[in-house]
Design a protein around this ligand. Structure first.
Ligand SMILES: *Cc1c(COP(=O)(O)O)cnc(C)c1O
Length: 355
């Protein structure tokens, strides 16, 4: 695909870049931001001219709807630099489409393609030096939208602000991840907002995750809210299970976010002749597979970590440690995918888009 650059964009660029103050070898995820951000306001039923300006705080009324009713959505994507110094996005049209799907669900206006993708392209061109190469380095991209109208009346806002901020990232090592299978709390419910990338889905996870952390677990595997018998997502990632030599992942639904990493891994696995089945895995099935030794791997899939192997899981009062496998599907598929993203392997799927 070709991303149209946005001509009609106001540029207010910084006079002094912060880039020389940054230690790119020691970045913690999502803490450092580039020199610029994109801002585009929706006022009186219309998107205004977008502006690229220095990354900085801005003022907003204390009564703005976002603070009271959580009308806020976001996306997470990455840009990569190739050997020649060109910058590439990975399946950006997927994030754009999902953003507007989230917007509709939260009664927010859809963002035009030329603002989301065109604005993103221009912003990254301006902050291109911040995209580093090698060793898992990338630029994490965070587009988001908030409700800005003042007044604490519980109705959708009239005005919104769409923004894009950029954060240089290095490869993401989460350490050993042990998970708890949820048997009470839920991340999402049928008819709810679980399929949207809504800010509130994240705050809803913090408390149950904190309880899990206190017991020595890093994440929760979410189950369906009605019966807690089907395995659905791992923390804020989609989840894959390998039983014998087949990979399983749940179909997307109103409760399961349609992850770009998930769908890319399914296609990659098929191409690599790994058996993949898109179907729900039951908690009982997982416990039985752990007991008889057929459960080989569990891993999360999402943009930030790409693939996040899980070391073991707890269900009720039992803990199951996963075996150390020789040929890990998680690591194999991660390497295949990151090689495409970093432009060191042929992109036969046509997933990468040059900025
Ligand atoms: C963002 C997200 C994912 C992963 O989606 P990617 O497009 O692969 O980054 C999975 N689950 C939830 C709940 C998410 O919010």
């Amino acid at each position: 695909m070709e991303i149209k650059t946005l001509e009609d964009i106001k540029l207010n660029l910084t006079e002094r870049s912060k880039i020389n103050d940054i230690d790119f070898e020691n970045l913690s995820f999502g803490n450092v931001f580039t020199d610029h951000m994109l801002v585009c306001d929706f006022v009186n039923g219309q998107w205004k001219q977008p502006e690229i300006m220095p990354y900085a705080p801005f003022t907003i009324e204390p009564s703005a709807r976002v603070f009271h009713y959580g009308q806020a959505i976001f996306e997470g994507m990455k840009a990569y630099k190739d050997e020649a110094g060109d910058v590439w996005l990975f399946r950006p049209e997927q994030n754009f489409a999902r953003f507007n799907k989230s917007a509709v669900r939260l009664a927010m206006p859809e963002v035009p393609e030329e603002v989301f993708l065109g604005g993103l392209k221009k912003l990254i061109q301006i902050d291109k030096e911040w995209v580093k190469r090698g060793d898992g380095k990338s630029l994490y991209i965070r587009p988001f939208m908030i409700a800005t109208s003042s007044g604490v009346i519980a109705s959708p806002s009239n005005n919104y602000r769409f923004m894009i901020i950029l954060s240089p990232a290095k490869s993401y090592y989460s350490g050993e991840v042990k998970v708890v299978i949820a048997d009470h709390f839920s991340r999402a419910a049928n008819g709810g907002i679980g399929a949207a990338k809504a800010a509130g889905n994240y705050s809803a996870q913090f408390y149950p995750t904190k309880l899990a952390n206190e017991k020595g677990f890093q994440q929760i595997i979410w189950t369906d809210d009605a019966t807690h018998t089907k395995l659905e997502e791992a923390g804020t990632m989609n989840v894959f299970f390998r039983i014998n030599d087949t990979l399983y992942t749940a179909p997307t639904s109103e409760r399961i976010l349609d992850g770009v990493t998930r769908k890319s891994l399914i296609e990659l696995a098929k191409k690599e002749n790994i058996n993949v089945e898109v179907r729900s895995v039951l908690v009982d099935e997982l416990v039985a597979a752990a007991k008889d030794g057929s459960l080989k791997e569990i891993f999360g899939a999402g943009t930030a970590a790409v693939v996040n192997p899980i070391a073991g899981f707890a269900y009720k009062d039992e803990y199951f440690e996963l075996p150390k496998v020789e040929k890990s599907y998680a690591l194999y598929l991660k390497e295949k995918l990151t090689n495409i993203q970093n432009k060191v392997a042929d992109d036969t799927f046509n997933w990468t888009v040059k900025i």
